[in-house]
Every structure is written in C-alpha cells, then in structure tokens.
Design a protein around this ligand. Structure first.
Ligand code: FES
Ligand code: FES
Length: 167
C-alpha cells in the first residue's frame, strides 16, 4: 500500500504523519497520534462519537480520509482543556451529571463548544439542533441540555453578559 506524508495542525501543534491513501482520519488520530479521546461508534457517520473540529467545522472523522486532512487545523477533545484546567463546557457536563458511560462525551462536548461559539445563548430547540449529529444512549439528553445551558450562562457571565446560573 503506497504511503504518503501529510502535515496537519492538531490541538495547536504541527504534526507530520506518514499515512496511506485509505487510512481514515479517525484511525490516524487514534492510532498514529495516540489521541484516543476521539471514539469510534458506528463507523458510518451516524453517531457522532468520532466528531472533531476540522477547519472550524464539526466533522465525523470516520468519514474523512487522512489525505483530505493534509494542511488542516484540527481540534480534538484533548485540545480543549486538561486535567488541571477543564473547559467550562467540560465542567458543566460533569456538574450536571451529563456524563454516564462517557462514550459520546468527547464528540458531544465538541459539538456543544461549536454551538456556543456560534450561538452563545441557544434555546432548547437550538441546542437540540446543535447536537443533532451526536447520539447518546445513556442520559436521555436532558442532562446534556442542562449542561449546555449552564455552560452558556457561565460563558456569558465571563464575557460580561447576563446569565442565569440556574436557568
Ligand atoms: S463513528 Fe463516526 S459517526 Fe459514528
Ligand atoms: S453517556 Fe453513554 S452514550 Fe452518552
């Protein structure tokens, strides 16, 4: 199988990786870059477990071939917080009990971050649309909605806006 070298920026770091024309971005991220926060669920673009942000858009990394990511800027769940300083969206998911098995959580949090970047005050319908590409088998979604609302309120306070923590 012929190999090729690609270069991408992942979580703020430039990386050169040898890959093949048929390697999925998901496998490159997990197996070659060892960023195993990105999960594989369906492998068919339906569950959102493999969601990453590529060039500013949410994408299912199971549907993208590694060569398509040559030159791309990618954020995975490892890029938005760490053990010492969680992202406000991560904190809100933990506080509201929106994490159960955790399998959907990395993709869900990236979808929530993207939603809040574009729409800092989403209502419940907008939250539903924002995470419509991400399936959760455990939580029934209500706690995820609560987490996103809590994060939105906190982020708007940080930004100097008004928010209601208990909304
Ligand atoms: S594993 Fe990619 S969408 Fe399900
Ligand atoms: S927490 Fe288990 S799939 Fe969402």
């Amino acid at each position: 199988m012929s190999k090729l070298m690609i270069e991408l920026t992942i979580n703020g770091k430039k990386r050169k990786v040898e890959t093949t024309h048929s390697t999925r971005l998901l496998d490159l991220i997990r197996d070659d870059l060892h960023l195993t926060g990105t999960k594989e669920g369906c492998g068919k673009g339906e569950c959102g477990a493999c969601t990453v942000i590529m060039n500013g858009e949410l994408v299912a990394s199971c549907l993208i071939l590694a060569p398509q990511a040559d030159g791309a800027i990618i954020t995975t769940i490892e890029g938005i917080g760490d053990d010492k300083c969680l992202d406000p969206v991560q904190e809100a998911f933990i506080e509201t009990g929106a994490v159960q098995c955790g399998f959907c959580t990395p993709g869900m949090i990236l979808a929530a971050k993207k939603l809040l970047e574009e729409n800092p005050h989403p209502d419940e319908e907008e939250i539903k649309r924002g995470i419509s590409g991400n399936l959760c088998r455990c939580t029934g979604y209500q706690k995820i909605f609560d987490a996103i609302k809590l994060a939105a309120n906190r982020l708007s306070k940080k930004g100097g806006g008004r928010g209601e923590e208990d909304a």
